[in-house]
Structures are given as C-alpha cells and as structure tokens.
Ligand binder design. Sequence first.
Ligand code: Z5A
Length: 233
Amino acid sequence: MTASTPRGVFITFEGGEGAGKSTQVARLARTLGAHRTVTTTREPGGSTRAEEIRTALLAGVAKPYGPFAEALLFSAARIDHLDRLIRPALASGEVVLCDRFMDSTRAYQGAAGGLDAEAVAALERVVVGPTRPDLTLIFDLDPEIGLARARARAAGQEAQGAQAAPDRFEAEALAFHARLRDAFRAIAQAEPARCVLVDAARDPDAVADAVRAAVAARLPGLLDDTEGRTDAA
Ligand code: Z5A
C-alpha cells in the first residue's frame, strides 16, 4: 500500500522503560472508545510479521551487528506495521494509539546507541514518509524509577510462574537509560508542535489527567463527547 494522507488521528506514546506508556495507552483508549473507533498497537510489533521481528530484536539477535542493523530491523517491522495496520486504520478515520514509534529509533539506536542522526533521519523519511504522528506524548521519568517499576513488574510475573528476564534493552547500563531520557527530552524540545512532555513520576490517575489535558489542547474536539467519563479500569 502506498502512503496516503491519513484521515484519522495518530497518537504515539514514547519514553524510557517502565514510564507507564502501556498503562496510559489503555486508559486513553477506554476514554476515546466511548465515541470513536480506536486501534491500540505497539512497536516493535503490531502486525504478525512485525511481532516476529520483535521477538528477535528483544532477544538481542541483532545486537552483535550494531545499531544500524538494529535500526534496519526496527524499520522492517515498521514498514509492515504501517502498511498492514496503521495506514489502513487512519484511512478509515480511526484513532490509532501506538506504544512507541519512530522517536524510539531516534533515541535508542540514534542518541543512546550511537547511530548517526542523518542515517536515522534518512530511514525515517523512506519508512515513515508522510505518516507522522499528529501528537506524541513523551513520558519523562528518572530512569532509576522506571527500571525499578519494570523490575517490580517482572518480580510479580515470576511470582506467578512466568519467565521475566530483562530484554536486550532493559539489560543496558543506567548511563544508556540516562542518555535515552535526555534524547526524548531533546525531541520534545525540538518539535514542540508535535510533542508534549508528560511528567510520568506522578500516580497513574494524575498522569492520565495530564494525557487528557494534552489531547484536549492539541487535538481539539477529540475528547468532546467523553467529557465527565472516567477511564479508570
Ligand atoms: N525500541 C528500540 O530500540 N527502537 C525502536 O525503534 C522501537 C523500540 C520502536 C520494546 O520493549 C523495546 O524496543 C524498548 C525500546 C526498543 N526497550 N525496552 N525494553 P517493550 O515494548 O517490551 O518495553 P517498553 O516499551 O519499555 O514498555 P514497558 O517497560 O512495559 O514500559 P511502559 O509501557 O512505559 O510502562 P507500563 O507497562 O505501563 O508500566 C510499567 C510498570 O509500572 C507496570 O507494572 C505498571 O503497573 C507500573 N506503572 C505504570 N504507571 C505507573 C505510575 N504512574 N506510577 C507507578 N507505577 C506505574
């Protein structure tokens, strides 16, 4: 499918590990789902083929080949995700909420991983093209807190008998996660028309309020029919 001008609304959620993105994707989906068709998705993944690539990436299969090879694999997954899920949903007028997207490549493989910014920008041009997010919420959190949240979640999963070893990125040193935070903050500063920085250190209800406030300010009308509704589970 070729890139076309989207008619729906594309919102991406970005930030470091354990910042609460998935939690807030689900909450905003519940709020908007009352009066709009909402598709929630994630990267890497979101389509059958992209989920297969996700498994390889998070297992660290591409790590020995360096950040450019990793960026190419994230891009391969993104091409399939865009073609099979995101663009068709936007063309149907849906709201697409995506847990991570192109800014994660900029931050993880680019700023923190050492891949040249021009190479990242070139990939973005050919892979994403005109399908840019209408709004990007960047969840800002001290990486020590985010990693502690991820560890607590893993401990809970292990207590229930599931395997929850850190993935290829969770296993990176704290300095890598600090570079990520700086990179995401720099993206928010560089593209204020697209991005809103969300203080993710607050409790989930306060973060959800900040998310709704950002959506109301940047995408007028999208929340209008949901006024007074709560998105709590
Ligand atoms: N990656 C990349 O390198 N390049 C790319 O181009 C793309 C991705 C697209 C995907 O992993 C990895 O791929 C990712 C970047 C890399 N790095 N890693 N790892 P993932 O999808 O498995 O992981 P993630 O995106 O980092 O998700 P996460 O760790 O699940 O974090 P989250 O979605 O931001 O948080 P959460 O699941 O909503 O919450 C985490 C825990 O904290 C959970 O127990 C919650 O109940 C709790 N939580 C949530 N909100 C709060 C608040 N406000 N207070 C307290 N506790 C909270």
